[in-house]
Design a binder for this molecule. Structure first.
Ligand SMILES: [Zn+2]
Ligand SMILES: [Zn+2]
Length: 215
């Protein structure tokens, strides 16, 4: 399986553009590619997709972590180029998308064979739990419900192996000790501290980053 960061505040490949927000694509063999969040603007998102050879029309599922515009701003640009994707949104998000298959998530919910939603946590945000060979990879938007809560719910799907995404002001660092992959993105305030504490597990996030994990 592969996770590609399509939109982030930082850069991982020179041809990419940055923006305040987050989006990543999750590709797992013989399953529809899933786009998690859409960044803050369609132009940057589409530019980066083109550089990464990602065809928006190939996306089978779109999941939005929460309603903030730095995660939803590129949605309409994708929907203009993709008429068929199923869209998973937290139940509290009030958005009308006529003619689209929208699934409103409140409880932990399977999305594809290997990808689960944590459900909407604390009435604000869903994260993903993705099954890899080495365990569950947690993918977050901003982590507004708190990283600890997200990890606890994701771990119901199995032993955790890593986390990627925005961690906001999270500083209960011990909670990450057992993970083999720590890739803080976007709004994470304590990236340097995490890198210092977990140099072996730490992966620098940025638009264009491609992470390959065994399925
Ligand atoms: Zn954000
Ligand atoms: Zn947010």
């Amino acid at each position: 399986m592969k996770v590609t960061v399509v939109y982030d505040d930082c850069l991982s490949k020179p041809a990419m553009k940055t923006g305040w927000g987050f989006s990543c694509l999750i590709e797992i063999e013989s399953q529809p590619p899933l786009l998690f969040d859409t960044g803050a603007d369609g132009a940057t998102l589409l530019h980066n997709m083109k550089q990464l050879n990602i065809d928006p029309d190939n996306i089978g599922v779109i999941a939005l972590s929460h309603s903030h515009s730095d995660h939803t701003g590129g949605l309409l640009a994708i929907l203009e180029r993709n008429r068929h994707a199923e869209i998973y949104i937290p139940a509290s998000v009030m958005v009308e998308l006529p003619g689209r298959k929208v699934i409103r998530v409140s409880q932990p919910t399977p999305i594809t064979k290997a990808i689960f939603s944590t459900g909407e946590l604390k009435g604000v945000e869903q994260s993903l739990a993705v099954r890899a060979k080495s365990g569950i990879l947690v993918i977050t938007g901003c982590s507004h419900p708190g990283v600890g809560v997200i990890l606890d719910v994701a771990s119901l799907q199995g032993e955790l192996c890593g986390i990627i995404g925005g961690l906001h002001g999270f500083r209960n660092f011990e909670k990450l000790r057992d993970l083999s992959l720590i890739c803080p993105c976007h709004c994470t305030q304590h990236k340097y501290k995490l890198q210092e504490l977990f140099p072996e597990q730490y992966v620098m996030c940025g638009a264009g980053l491609e992470l390959e994990l065994l399925s």
